[in-house]
Design a protein around this ligand. Structure first.
Ligand code: MG
Length: 504
């Protein structure tokens, strides 16, 4: 009897803490969103202090002794918990056990250096001067390695970093997935290169006034199911999505007058992230289960909408007439020309503009470099050379300057080692889920052609969104598809789509 009542108390502590953490998280997100969207530039110092204060509050709540004791007791009595409480315990315990091992001085030092380093990176990128950025990167790397050692690992220190973005993912698992993906990607690229069909790519002018782009992307987002009553859209330099609360999930866009497809695809991408967040079961709101499973699963949702749907001929069968009606200057654009334009496969230097086929090679290069860097096999100063030679080897092209090479991405400058692989994991999960979705909805393409996106969203809601973080990434993959994550589904998708386009 006594044990039961104490178990009840421990559960209360777990649930309450997770709710409070979630509330603080929403406040932090709002501060961050405002910083990117509306804050005047002189507000940066004050905002930095506010953010640091609230972050510390979050951290202290997470590492509280009271929570630690309850976690320990609940873990001894796991069998008595419901499925949701077990999952809640797993999530909070995962974060707690990591956070308590990292000394707060290291957290503080890292936060400070990351802010300065990001500024140094911006300047270095502008001037294409890696040397000026290298000392900052070395400092971050040193602190990250210290964290890896404090947290501890079984096989590789890189696992600690991966786990921040993709819980339970390991270098060993990626070493099984990525080489196959790389090999198959190169095969597809060769097939495209050697195809006998002469593809005449007509140059189309994609420029569109920004107010028209706003109207069109709004139309698309609404049609896909993004709820503007529980969100909003603003303009920023680099688009992102922010969860503030269950009924407040905001997206951002950047418009390029000369090419409407950029704002369109990033709107669909961010809309895909937001749809995931807007689709939670009400029963789990404001708990540690009310979140995406991992960066990879999150990215699978955005990429399904952006690429599998938004770059498909079925999507354009429905939307091209609407685009032409809204902007009659596009009336002569042929569907096949537009599809070739937005799906053209061509090795390029910049990851964010890469096509669906070559994209994963950009990621694999970063993954290989990161793990060697963490293991000390390569030094920070070697990065430009290693980068360039891998680009040459995998993509057949070499950047002329570091701003188009090793300095192109912000991630390392703010300590996000282990983040890149989640982009490709997103593609792979998307491939495997989409395969199952098409089995479950055999006339999916026909429905998309007719503008029925609700069937697709409902499938995602029922299979993925509503569960939040009840399941882990590998659990949900198995639950939906019956199989572990396998690159073959994504590879098959690429072969089918690009085979049809390039005639192989
Ligand atoms: Mg994304």
């Amino acid at each position: 009897m006594k044990r039961n009542s104490s178990l009840k108390q421990d559960l209360e502590i777990l649930r309450n803490t997770s709710k409070e953490l979630k509330l603080i998280h929403g406040i932090l997100s709002l501060l961050g969103w405002d910083q990117e969207v509306y804050m005047p530039s002189k507000g940066v110092l004050g905002r930095g202090k506010q953010t640091a204060f609230i972050s510390e509050l979050y951290h202290n709540k997470l590492i509280s002794k009271e929570l630690g004791n309850s976690i320990e007791k609940l873990e001894d009595n796991k069998d008595k918990l419901t499925r949701n409480d077990k999952s809640l315990l797993r999530n909070i315990s995962h974060d707690y056990k990591k956070a308590v091992k990292i000394p707060s001085e290291v957290v503080k030092e890292l936060a400070e250096i990351e802010t300065i380093s990001q500024k140094a990176w911006e300047k270095a990128k502008k001037e294409s001067d890696f040397k000026s950025f290298a000392p900052y990167l070395s400092k971050i790397l040193k602190l990250k390695l210290e964290i890896c050692e404090k947290v501890g690992y079984k096989n590789s220190p890189y696992d600690v970093l991966l786990d921040d973005f993709e819980p339970y993912m390991t270098e060993e698992k990626l070493d099984k997935l990525f080489p196959k993906l790389r090999e198959e990607t190169i095969k597809i690229l060769n097939k495209i290169k050697n195809n006998k069909i002469n593809i005449v790519k007509k140059k189309i002018n994609l420029s569109m006034p920004i107010d028209k782009q706003k109207q069109f992307t709004l139309l698309v987002l609404k049609k896909l199911g993004y709820d503007f009553g529980a969100g909003r859209r603003d303009e920023v330099e680099h688009p992102f999505t922010t969860w503030i609360s269950a009924n407040d999930v905001r997206i951002t866009t950047h418009y390029y007058k000369e090419d409407f497809t950029k704002a369109l695809s990033s709107s669909i991408h961010e809309g895909g992230h937001a749809l995931y967040e807007q689709g939670r079961d009400k029963k789990i709101l404001l708990t540690g289960l009310d979140e995406g499973i991992s960066f990879g699963i999150h990215e699978s949702q955005s990429r399904t909408w952006e690429n599998f749907v938004g770059r498909s001929k079925y999507f354009w069968k429905y939307f091209l007439p609407k685009l032409k009606k809204l902007y009659p200057k596009f009336k002569s654009i042929q569907e096949k020309d537009l599809l070739l334009e937005i799906n053209e496969v061509k090795p390029s230097l910049i990851r964010i503009y890469a096509d669906e086929v070559t994209y994963n090679l950009h990621i694999i290069i970063r993954f290989e470099i990161e793990k060697d860097l963490i293991k000390g096999k390569i030094k920070v100063n070697d990065l430009p050379e290693v980068w360039n030679s891998k680009m040459k080897e995998y993509l057949g092209i070499k950047p002329k300057k570091d701003s188009e090479g090793v300095l192109q991405d912000v991630h390392w400058s703010c300590g996000k080692f282990g983040y890149f692989p989640t982009y490709s994991l997103g593609n792979l999960y998307a491939g495997q889920f989409f395969y199952k979705m098409k089995k479950d909805i055999p006339d999916l393409n026909k429905r998309i052609e007719k503008g029925d996106f609700a069937c697709l969203l409902n499938w995602m809601r029922e299979e993925i969104h509503k569960f939040g973080h009840i399941y882990t990434a590998s659990e949900i993959c198995k639950k939906i598809t019956g199989k572990d994550l396998d690159a073959k589904y994504f590879v098959n998708y690429l072969n089918e789509k690009y085979g049809e386009m390039y005639g192989f």
